[in-house]
Design a protein around this ligand. Structure first.
Ligand code: TXA
Ligand code: MG
Length: 309
């Protein structure tokens, strides 16, 4: 693709992880596998390293990043954990849950990580390769999804390269992501109240979206966009539409022929990438039931279907 970096593809071996760790310690950028989507990692304690993430993604600087940690002890050095937060972390980490917590005054984190907010988003990913990497670097790693800002999230190394080849130092290839949609984000509020900021693989607590404040800008109306019009809830596609099927509604590709929502989540971004690459000028998507992880799938599809302005 051409860019200022010769992007390396690293195997998920001891040697590959050691190389990724060395790049990160020097302040470089490595795309890493997680159980949700690939993240674009940089050390979270160095301003220059964090600035590179924003530059490579073309991400607006007001959109804060999730910091990935090796364990709860490391997380406690970065944020204040209430009893409720502690209980959630113990129940769901490692896993697809991001906690937005008060940032500690003495946290070793670059200011840009939380984009000026008094809070910090933390998550312990459940992927053996990235867990090994986090232990080897000994550093908290800031990592947004490894795609250009506003585009479809990556669920394999090829998706990362399609978007960021030449713009990052390396991609650590850990195969396809299991879950396929980004983590559930919750904020801990006064009195132990839990507010869901982004639906994801885990359903947590009572939902209270607190009006239309944009606190997790992943909540912006247009996001995950494949670069062509997307029509939702389609049972009969037009001839010029790339049809993404589900259950008995077949198409050019299917999220899950058996109607399994977990499978549909894991295939969502791969199907959107395929639709984006196809020569058909528009994309149509079959109706997806809004139960369980189907809620998160519909959330991402609505944003993919909203034109950017
Ligand atoms: O599954 C995931 O969460 C993936 C993998 C790589 O871990 N990461 C991911 O990152 O989806 P990203 O940057 O694409 O989405 C992070 C979301 C954004 O919507 C951001 O606005 C929100 O988290 N966020 C980060 N810090 C926040 C904070 N302090 N308060 C509220 N929202 C925050
Ligand atoms: Mg993202």
């Amino acid at each position: 693709m051409g860019g200022k970096y010769a992007t390396e593809t690293l195997e998920a071996t001891k040697g590959g992880i050691a190389r990724a760790s060395a790049i990160l310690r020097e302040g470089g950028l490595v795309a890493v596998p997680t159980e949700t989507v690939y993240g674009l990692a940089a050390r979270a304690d160095k301003a220059e390293a964090v600035a590179r993430i924003y530059e490579a993604k073309g991400r607006p600087s007001f959109n804060p990043l999730i910091v990935h940690v090796a364990d709860l002890d490391q997380a406690r050095t970065l944020a204040d954990f209430s009893d409720e937060a502690e209980a959630l972390a113990k129940a769901h980490w490692p896993g697809p849950l991001t906690l937005v917590l008060p940032r500690r005054a003495d946290a070793q984190l670059a200011e840009a990580v939380s984009a000026g907010l008094p809070t910090i988003a933390l998550r312990m990913p459940n992927h053996p390769v990235t867990q090994a990497l986090l232990r080897e670097t000994g550093l908290p790693l800031a990592a947004p999804s490894a795609n250009r800002s506003g585009f479809i999230s990556p669920t394999c190394a090829d998706h990362v390269l399609a978007s960021l080849d030449g713009r990052i130092d390396a991609v650590l290839d850990g195969g396809s992501c299991d879950s396929g949609v980004e983590s559930t984000i919750v904020a801990m509020r006064e009195g132990g109240r839990i507010e869901e900021l982004r639906p994801g693989p885990l359903a947590i607590g009572e939902k209270d979206t607190g009006g239309d404040r944009i606190e997790a800008p992943g909540q912006l109306a247009s996001h995950y966009a494949p670069g062509k019009p997307v029509r939702l809830d389609v049972t009969k596609p037009e001839p010029d539409e790339f049809m993404i099927g589900f259950s008995q509604l077949a198409g050019d590709c299917s999220l899950s022929a058996s109607g399994n929502l977990e499978e549909a989540a894991s295939r969502l971004y791969a199907c959107l990438h395929e639709g984006a690459r196809s020569e058909k000028p528009r994309i149509a998507v079959a109706p997806i039931p809004a139960r369980g992880i189907g809620k998160a799938i519909n959330d991402r599809l609505r944003r993919a279907a909203t034109p950017a302005d």
